[in-house]
Design a protein around this ligand. Structure first.
Ligand code: ATP
Ligand code: MG
Length: 441
């Protein structure tokens, strides 16, 4: 997983100090946000996802301790570092009591600043991990996502990390693995949950319409553009736009998307006016974008922009410990829907379901469970399970052998065809006799 550069907010009433800190932060490869008063700082905290707050203590009007207190109450997960020109045990204790992790005394060297920042960020990650771990262990059901496997808990961990900021997320995985469910969970559990969540099916809208649907147009931009219209990006402002099946977006749409991601602004078709937007983009695909990049159908630069955080949604066959909780969830869901109750499933039936490869993933499992619940009286047993699940078709991967086995079989076949004549066999195999001897050994 690749995460963004950290956003650091620096607060100081002294302009020269702000400039100096900003230069330092840039050279350490962080994004710097500046505020020259507590009021300004609070505005930034409210509108931006900040990873570390660095504040001066002595400021006119409201002092830094008040800011630390405010941030500790409203943004407890943001670590706070204090810089002060008046070192005293009292100030230090006061700052730490109010929620600061550490304090630096002016003047400090760039190296001291770097160390203090690293310590604060590391500390924050450890704290987040601890809270996530506690939370995740209790959450086999997370926003409709059910599971009990290591992959399931890892997934929830990533959702927890990205849900509160506007970092761009790309979800890749086979059909039916829950990509849309993940996108919704990120949005509805995060800070922007009250803002819109807009899904765009990039494969479902005709290519000619997708651009105008996404970006809107001005009156007269093309034939039929009778009035100025807002696009889906506008509609999702403040919230999340979910670009589903992004692999199906045309190259024209891809280049427009790239501009949106680079400039954070959109231009309606036919307009010269660019408008700033605050939006989170989550995209999903079951296509292999890497292959599409190789054959020129997907832009590499767009791929990297979309893929700031990447989430792999694992096929069900590779996380079979999710099966049982999923089966139980679907039993509960569908017995209610079909007016049944107390439906059970036999261990043999579970065993059969566990052996299946689930090429259609959770969607396939849900369909089968729905059907089984309709058909059964009170118990789901082997006799109800569809034939294709009972007599397992060997999957394509089961036929695939390691290279050394194929090589061995081929060498033996050639040798037998030439009556064990090693010179002839080596000639046919186009290797020298010594190599053949080694391989036979
Ligand atoms: N972990 C899960 N827990 C509960 N239900 C799940 C889970 N994963 C997927 N589902 C269900 O499976 C179905 C398919 O999920 P979803 O539509 O999110 O998959 P997808 O990866 O977007 O598929 P596609 O690529 O075909 O669009 C949905 O009904 C969803 O609710
Ligand atoms: Mg989907």
């Amino acid at each position: 997983m690749k995460l963004k550069k950290e956003n650091i907010l620096i607060v100081d009433d002294n302009y020269d100090m702000l400039e100096l800190l900003q230069r330092n932060l840039k050279s350490f490869n962080f994004h710097a946000y500046k505020a020259s008063s507590v009021h300004e700082a609070i505005e930034v905290l409210k509108s931006t996802s900040i990873d570390l707050l660095i504040t001066d203590l002595q400021m006119p009007e409201i002092n830094g301790i008040e800011l630390i207190k405010y941030a500790s109450e409203h943004f407890p997960s943001i670590p706070k570092l204090v810089i002060t020109g008046f070192p005293s045990v009292d100030t230090a204790i006061n700052a730490v009591k109010s929620g600061a992790l550490d304090y630096l005394t002016k003047p400090f060297t760039s190296e001291e600043l770097k160390k203090a920042i690293q310590m604060c960020l590391k500390n924050a990650v450890q704290n987040t991990n601890q809270t996530i771990e506690k939370k995740v262990l209790k959450e086999p059901f997370y926003s409709g996502i059910v599971g009990d496997s290591e992959e399931h808990f890892k997934l929830i961990d990533v959702i927890e990390r990205v849900k509160d900021n506007r970092v761009t997320v790309l979800i890749e995985g086979e059909s039916g693995t829950g990509k849309e469910l993940i996108a919704r969970a990120i949005h509805y559990n995060g800070r922007f949950a009250s803002q819109p969540f807009i899904t765009v099916n990039c494969g479902g809208i005709p290519e000619t319409l997708l651009e105008s649907e996404l970006f809107g147009y001005v009156k007269g931009a093309f034939t039929g553009a009778n009035e100025t219209t807002k696009g889906l990006f506008h509609a999702a402002t403040g919230g999340t736009i979910f670009l589903d099946e992004i692999g199906n977006a045309s190259l024209t749409v891809q280049s427009r998307l790239l501009r949106v991601l680079q400039e954070k602004e959109i231009t309606r078709i036919g307009s010269q006016l660019a408008e700033k937007i605050e939006i989170r983009i989550i995209s999903a695909t079951n296509s292999n974008l890497q292959n599409m990049i190789k054959n020129g159908t997907f832009r590499e630069d767009l791929y990297y922009r979309l893929n700031v955080v990447s989430i792999e949604s694992t096929p069900l066959r590779n996380r079979k410990s999710d099966l049982l909780p999923l089966i139980n969830t679907f039993i509960k869901k569908y017995e209610k829907e079909y007016g049944k109750s107390n439906i059970t499933i036999t261990p043999k039936a579970i065993d059969l379901l566990t052996r299946h490869d689930w090429p259609g993933n959770v969607r396939e499992l849900e369909n089968i469970m729905q059907r089984l619940i309709v058909l059964c009286d009170h118990e789901i047993d082997v006799d109800l399970i569809p034939k294709q699940l009972k007599y397992k078709q060997p999957s394509e991967s089961a036929h695939l052998k390691p290279l050394h086995e194929i090589e061995k079989a081929h060498i033996l076949k050639v040798l037998s065809a030439v009556n064990n004549n090693k010179t002839k066999a080596a000639e046919i195999l186009q290797i020298d006799r010594k190599t053949l001897r080694q391989k036979l050994q």
